[in-house]
Design a protein around this ligand. Structure first.
Ligand code: DO4
Ligand code: MG
Length: 274
């Protein structure tokens, strides 16, 4: 079942049919210990026409967004390379194999954009990339209740200059996109699940790459456990699980680019660079 937050209310999609979920408050629904039952009941009523669904919004209101880093070998290698002049390479190598993962604060709902909306590149960055990431939705009890698609927009030159600049490279207005829906499931996704990224410029594909969850070094459950250690989330939280797709060092995003991220079983998250 896929849960959508839209301009016309909350809806669930099951087997290509849409149903209205009788809830008006997104946070209340996400906090609910009966979430799956409530949504399942909604999906056994009469389906509605697709047009009634309205415009799709990012699936977030009061949830914080956090992110894990250096969880794929490709990310480790890219960070070592970008920070070699700053002496940061060793940190990335060490965190890749340490028991404690890298977890950082990424965004509040206000900084997140939904499908088809514009993500931003920083005005003081010269080297910007999207990071396509499987993103967990975790309830206040620390249980993974679903999955969405996330784009962890990043300023690689700022991050590479000094690892202490990470919050500035990662957290700014329009630095995160989530959506289009939450695939509700308490079960882990199959390791063969693929995460694809495509970037289009003036109608031409300028980058395409993909990975699978097989390449993710850490278990989503383990990442969620670390996030909730001595940290509470009364409205639940999103946790981006890191990127395994990094465009080559010559590539930087430009205004007008279209970013398309596809994850098997969830859908496609498409955003324009503003
Ligand atoms: O350590 C810097 C950020 C890493 C990250 O965002 C990723 O690996 O996805
Ligand atoms: Mg990332």
């Amino acid at each position: 079942m896929k849960l959508y937050r839209t301009t016309n209310g909350i809806f669930v999609e099951q087997q290509d049919r849409f149903y209205r979920v009788p809830a008006t408050d997104w946070d209340e629904l996400i906090r609910s210990t009966k979430l799956h039952d409530r949504v399942q009941t909604a999906a056994s009523a009469i389906p509605i026409g697709k047009l009634e669904v309205g415009g799709i919004l990012a699936p977030i209101v009061s949830q914080e967004v956090w992110a894990a880093g250096v969880t794929y070998f490709r990310s480790r290698s890219a960070r070592i390379e970008e920070s070699k002049d700053a002496g940061g390479g060793d940190f990335y190598d060490r965190v890749y194999s340490a028991e404690r993962p890298e977890l950082f604060f990424k965004a509040t709902g206000r900084r997140v954009v939904g499908p088809k909306c514009a993500v931003r590149i920083r005005s003081d960055a010269r080297w910007s990339v999207p990071e396509p990431e499987l993103t967990l939705l975790i309830n206040p009890a620390g249980q993974i209740i679903g999955y969405t698609i996330g784009n962890d927009m990043s300023s690689r030159d700022i991050e590479g200059e000094n690892p202490l600049y990470l919050p500035q490279a990662k957290v700014y207005d329009g630095s995160c996109a989530l959506g289009p829906c939450v695939l509700l499931s308490m079960e882990p996704l199959d390791k063969s699940t693929s995460i694809g990224l495509e970037i289009e410029r003036s109608g031409k594909k300028v980058f395409a790459g993909s990975t699978t969850l097989e390449e993710l070094k850490r278990e989503p459950k383990e990442l969620a456990k670390f996030l909730f250690r001595d940290n509470s989330f009364p409205d639940g939280a999103f946790l981006m699980t890191g990127t395994g797709v990094v465009p080559g060092d010559e590539f930087s995003l430009a205004s007008g680019d279209v970013i398309r991220i596809e994850i098997d079983g969830i859908g496609v998250l498409e955003n324009l660079v503003g």
